[in-house]
Design a protein around this ligand. Structure first.
Ligand SMILES: C[S@@+](CC[C@H](N)C(=O)[O-])C[C@H]1O[C@@H](n2cnc3c(N)ncnc32)[C@H](O)[C@@H]1O
Length: 274
């Protein structure tokens, strides 16, 4: 299982490297706080952990998606209705998403959100405020011009509708028993047998609009094992999970991506590495 859509800060590529460093005793409940598109929980279930032993929490619209999946209320038929309205010509998808994003957030927001998020420029988190969609700028279909270095086109959605449908169907059929909440993680009541993983927005970034978090203050309150992903080490024994890839844009200009560190709190002894 993989995350339904691309998502800024998503851990899809490094989920296994992170999980390799997390000690999860039998009987523990894994709490995926700031779960976003869910890469970590999905990788954990793919490793055979039961959905019943996982709790996912996010304050953004992805919180509603996971809550619908967990409650068995996600209706693939309703997603299909929206997918059928997508233009088959990829050149027209951006305008369609732009139009959808102008409509008020309604009862179908869980389904509309997935489409908007898949088309969001740079995977930037789509938000909701006052019954409206926020952060909505969408990718254009891009085709190479003669003489251009890049030879392949760029799709306006990541993933495109067919793959999005497959990913969501896989999630819906494998996640029964999961517990999930759309909530601020600071209000989350931590079970005694919890092992926490927190993936806050990178410190100092303005991403996720209103959804920010002082992760140091959060973990100070806790007495259960707690692992935190950040672009910087938060403890002396933090491990470097990824040194950051260079990302090449269409223009060919390269910029350095963030490093990814995993820090741990309330865990003694050497790092457990799978
Ligand atoms: C880096 S992303 C998480 C990415 C996720 N691990 C993945 O693989 O897709 C950070 C997430 O934190 C959420 N967030 C930020 N502040 C929060 C808060 N106070 N409570 C709950 N969620 C919060 C945002 O909505 C966003 O989805």
């Amino acid at each position: 299982m993989v995350a339904p859509t691309s998502y800024q800060g998503g851990k899809g590529r490094i989920a296994d490297a992170i999980l390799d460093h997390i000690h999860l005793p039998p009987g523990a409940v894994f709490c995926d706080l700031c779960c976003g598109a869910g890469s970590i929980s999905l990788a954990l279930m793919t490793r055979g952990r039961r959905p019943q032993d996982i709790i996912m929490v996010d304050r953004g619209p992805y919180g509603d998606f996971w809550r619908a999946v967990a409650g068995g209320r996600f209706d693939l038929g309703r997603l299909d209705r929206h997918l059928r309205q997508m233009p088959s010509d990829p050149r027209k998808i951006r305008a369609h998403l732009k139009q959808l994003s102008r409509e008020p957030v309604n009862d179908d927001s869980v389904y509309v959100f997935l489409l908007l998020q898949a088309g969001s420029f740079g995977g930037k988190a789509i938000g909701q405020k006052g019954g409206r969609w926020t952060n909505s700028s969408f990718r254009a279909f891009w085709e190479p011009k003669p003489g251009c270095n890049r030879k392949s086109h760029v799709n306006p959605m990541m993933p495109m509708p067919g793959t999005l449908r497959e990913r969501v169907a896989e999630i819906v059929s494998n996640c029964a028993g999961l517990r999930a909440f759309r909530a601020d993680v600071r209000t989350f009541s931590v079970p005694d047998n919890a092992v926490m993983y927190v993936d806050p927005p990178y410190e100092g970034t303005a991403a996720y609009a209103q959804h920010t978090l002082d992760v140091r203050a959060l973990v100070q309150e806790l007495s259960v094992p707690c692992y935190v992903s950040e672009a910087v080490p938060l403890t002396e024994d933090a491990v470097l999970i990824s040194d950051g890839r260079s990302k090449g844009g269409i223009s060919g200009k390269r910029r350095r991506a963030h490093q990814e560190w995993l820090s741990r709190f309330n865990v003694e002894g050497p790092w457990h590495v799978r």
